[in-house]
Structure formats: C-alpha cells, structure tokens
Design a protein around this ligand. Structure first.
Ligand code: AMP
Ligand code: ZN
Ligand code: FE
Ligand code: FE
Length: 284
C-alpha cells in the first residue's frame, strides 16, 4: 500500500488550536507517513513539529501558506521545501506578521465604534503562539463574549469583506508570493483553487513559475478534483493535496481528512531537485 501524506496542516503558530505535538499525534493515529506544516505567513511551527515527530516514522515537510491578493480576492499560495531556517526569509516574513498585529488593532477600533469594547489586543494575541493573528482569532473572542453565535455569524456581521469591522490585510500579489517562495528554494502551489473562484489567473501564475495546484482538498467535490487534475496536466504542473486542518478552529476538517499517495511527494522532490540543479548551472 502506498504511503499517505497530508500537505496542508496548520498549528497554533497561526490559527489552528493544535500544538505541534497534537498534530504529530493525530498524523500517526491516521496512519500518515508524511505531513507538511503550512501556517499562514509564519514558519515557527515547522521546527517544533519536526522535533515532535523525531521518535516516529513521520516525515515533516517545511511549508507555508502565504496570503496574497489579486483584484481584492484572497489568493493563498502554498510554499513547500523552502529554506525555512534562513534568517533572511524570516526577516522578509516579519512585516507580514507586524501588519497582522496592526490590522487586528484596526479591527478592534472598528468594533469599539459598534460598542464592542471588551476585546483587547492582548486577548487576541494570546490565541496564537506567534504574531500571525487574524480574523479567526477575533471571531473566537466575539463568540466567547456573546457578540456572535458562531464563526459564520462573526464573519457575516463583523469580519467578512464589506462587513462592519472589515480591514484589508497588507498583502503581496500572487506573483510576488511565488517569487518569494522560489527565492528560498521552495515550490509554489496554488492553495484550494476550488474555493477561489478565480481560475482565470491560473495561466498567469503558471507563467510566473507556479509549480502546482492543490487538486486534492478536503470536502472538494469529485467534479472539481477531476477539473483541476486536467488543468494541472494541461499546464504540466504538480498536483498536491491536504486537509487544511485547523484543530478545533475549523471543525469540518481534520488531519488526514484528505491524503495523497507518496508518489506525488516524490514528484515534488524531483522538481525541487531539478530547480536546484538549474540554479547551480546558472551560477557556474
Ligand atoms: P485572515 O488571514 O485574518 O484574513 O483570516 C482568513 C481566514 O479566515 C481564512 O483562512 C478562513 O479560515 C477564515 N474565514 C474567512 N472568511 C470566513 C467566513 N466567511 N467564515 C468563516 N471563516 C472565514
Ligand atoms: Zn487558517
Ligand atoms: Fe487557505
Ligand atoms: Fe490553510
């Protein structure tokens, strides 16, 4: 039987409730051989997950899910196998996190104007182990304090694009996201294309060097998977997949809810190796 991988997992270093230890425990329980940590705009969860996985037969691929924006639409670009311990890359990502904190301050100000004055920045920041705070954290507090009955209501009333306390995020363009991932040795993959409703950008991203599509995504319909498989073949790019698990913060999915055969990871590794080979030839 083929080994199985889940290449889209968040930790409490962004907006999941799961610690690295919990992620590893669940991955082993589900019989996975390989996982990727893909926190939003932050790399801090990778090393602790690798440490937690050391005594198991579990490969942990370094990853990230970069927030980018095109025509006011959120486009998430996954980066795999990047040089996650490179201090220059860490420094490049710092402004993303600073911007996230500033944005939460703005959201809280807007909420205050609506009479919601019992949510502090400290409380929001306490919900993640890094500085990658976001709307899901504010939503959790809106629910806890009785301002919204669930996530959907918190977003609809306050946090969604166009709602009362919406504040846009400082973002890269998808092309800049791809460049950033490539500059640090990674593969760039378009996350959950079936949620974006923006397929027309795929050829542009391929031109910019996109390496793959996240074809296999938890809860995607078969016809969507079929469609993106065809598209990936047409553009001669990779197919990846994962659960987008967020622990208790997103209950409709969980680690292993979507897994892919390890053969697809081997193809990713071949592509990383040939890119590094190409880079060497350019240097010499
Ligand atoms: P942020 O990165 O702070 O803009 O938050 C984006 C995250 O909020 C996404 O990854 C989703 O998990 C979540 N989100 C966005 N829109 C909604 C919505 N309408 N209902 C529930 N969660 C949402
Ligand atoms: Zn998330
Ligand atoms: Fe995403
Ligand atoms: Fe995600």
């Amino acid at each position: 039987m083929s080994k199985l991988a889940d290449l889209h997992i968040h930790t409490y270093f962004s907006d999941s409730t799961d610690s690295p230890q919990e992620v590893v425990r669940q991955a082993i329980e589900k019989g996975l051989s390989c996982i990727a940590i893909t926190d939003h705009d932050v790399l801090d969860g990778i090393e602790p997950t690798r440490l937690a996985a050391e005594s198991y037969d579990l490969e942990v691929i370094p990853g990230i899910e970069l927030s980018t924006e095109k025509d006011k639409k959120d486009i998430h670009i996954l980066g795999y196998f990047l040089d996650y311990q490179n201090p220059q890359l860490q420094a490049k990502l710092n402004p993303f996190q600073e911007a996230r904190v500033e944005r939460v301050k703005e959201i809280l100000k807007k909420l205050k104007a609506f009479g919601i004055d019992n949510i502090s920045l400290e409380e929001v920041c306490a919900l993640t182990k890094s500085k990658a705070v976001g709307r899901p954290h504010v939503a959790a507090l809106l629910i806890e304090k009785g301002w919204a009955k669930d996530m959907n209501q918190a977003f609809d009333k306050y946090l969604a694009d166009g709602a009362a306390a919406y504040v846009p995020k400082w973002k890269l363009s998808p092309t800049e996201g791809i460049e950033l991932i490539h500059a640090y040795g990674g593969l760039a993959v378009l996350a959950h294309p079936m949620l974006n409703n923006k397929d027309e950008i795929i050829p542009l991203l391929v031109k910019a060097g996109l390496d793959g599509l996240e074809v296999y995504y938890a809860n995607a319909f078969d016809h969507q998977i079929f469609y993106y498989e065809k598209l990936a073949r047409k553009h001669k790019i990779l197919m990846t997949g994962g659960s987008d698990a967020h622990g208790q913060a997103k209950k409709h999915t969980y680690i292993g809810a979507q897994s892919i055969p390890y053969e697809l990871i081997e193809k990713m590794k071949e592509r990383v190796a040939s890119r590094q080979e190409g880079a060497k030839n350019v240097e010499s």
